[in-house]
Design a protein around this ligand. Structure first.
Ligand SMILES: *Cc1c(COP(=O)(O)O)cnc(C)c1O
Length: 353
């Protein structure tokens, strides 16, 4: 079954095999080498000199970690979909005061409204979901980063879970203090590991925050990172798989990979406009996920059943747009040819209806 969903994505045979390497001791020089190689490739692709917190958890773990380490009292959350809402819920659950600028699903964050909010009040941190997997919105990271540059006392914390490695994220030049991603999206590794780049400013802030907890404590992670290890036993199998995936990216060429994602997105969007319509505001289209408006009133569950008989699976709409939309994830290992095959199967289903 080929997964065309916004994560987990298809995993190559090579990465699956790497995942089954025999265990090594996580306090051995062998592990330290593995860890160091992974970190240096991640830093290269994310264009950062910052330390990287490699976490054995899903990405939501580090979303919670960022809340606990970077907010003393209150922060601003920019939301336009389900994952932005999840981040607010996490912050509330951690006892933080949540303020937010909420935009309609399918829309992106308005820079004008963000600037107004920043002028009115000081925020400890701004939290942004770069690529809203629920609506296929990719927010304007550069414009938001430019606005925030005028507020050096405000941390910039970004969820790039479904965009990093499918598009360029230039962490240091954008001034991102905490950049979070998961391995099961465009990195095409089985789910179970996540990572975050941590700036000096983020670490300084963490040192001032109480009740950071233990598992996601940035300060504890920094101490261990300095010696080439993780705080607790990591999923060593994931480390092997992640290294394999990163070396694959090196082999393909990072810019080729980004171009491939761009090409898949263009192909999918053009197709969607011909057969349905795109749900997302045209100014905010994502290179990794296309959210399609179900203009034909097709029974998405029925369509997915048919697709599964052809060896494909796509995603239904998320939450409150479940029945109005469906989503195609085109990231990770897929190629334009794979996308073409999937879309041909959908066309066939439409004709059957
Ligand atoms: C998948 C996803 C998450 C959640 O990741 P988990 O690994 O399931 O915790 C968060 N944000 C975005 C944008 C995502 O696409």
């Amino acid at each position: 079954m080929k997964l065309f969903i916004p994560g987990p994505t298809e995993v190559s045979q090579k990465v699956l095999e790497a995942m089954s390497c025999p265990m090594i001791y996580h306090r051995s020089p062998e592990f330290k080498n593995l860890f160091t190689e992974i970190i240096s490739l991640l830093q290269q692709f994310l264009k950062t000199k910052n330390m990287i917190f490699l976490s054995t958890s899903s990405a939501s773990g580090l979303m919670e970690g960022a809340v606990r380490n970077c907010i003393e009292k209150r922060a601003l959350f920019l939301t336009c979909g389900a994952f932005g809402e999840r981040w607010k819920a996490i912050a509330s659950a951690c006892g933080k005061e949540v303020e937010s600028l909420d935009f309609a699903w399918g829309q992106g964050i308005s820079i004008e409204q963000l600037e107004k909010a920043l002028q009115k009040k000081h925020y400890e941190a701004v939290f942004l979901v770069h690529n809203e997997s629920s609506t296929g919105v990719m927010n304007r990271l550069e414009a938001i980063a430019t606005s925030l540059r005028r507020y050096p006392e405000t941390l910039f914390i970004v969820d790039t879970v479904s965009s990093a490695f499918g598009t360029m994220i230039d962490v240091d030049s954008l001034g991102i203090d905490v950049c979070i991603t998961g391995v099961q999206k465009a990195l095409a590794v089985p789910p179970g590991m996540a990572l975050a780049t941590l700036s000096t400013r983020a670490l300084e802030k963490a040192a001032r925050c109480s009740n950071r907890g233990y598992y996601f404590d940035f300060i504890e992670a920094e101490k261990n990172f300095a010696t080439g290890f993780t705080t607790t036993t990591p999923s060593i199998s994931h480390c092997f798989a992640l290294k394999e995936s990163l070396e694959g990216i090196l082999k393909e060429g990072f810019t080729n990979r980004i171009q491939r994602h761009h090409d898949m997105a263009i192909y999918t969007r053009n197709w969607a406009k011909e057969y349905f319509d795109i749900f997302t505001d045209e100014h905010f289209l994502s290179p990794t996920i296309t959210c399609i408006k179900n203009t034909r009133g097709i029974d998405v569950e029925g369509m997915n059943k048919y697709l599964q008989s052809c060896g494909f699976i796509i995603a239904n709409g998320y939450g409150k747009i479940r029945d109005k939309t469906f989503r195609i994830g085109h990231m990770g290992e897929h190629t334009v040819d794979d996308v073409r095959e999937l879309l041909a199967a959908i066309e066939h289903y439409i004709k059957l209806c």
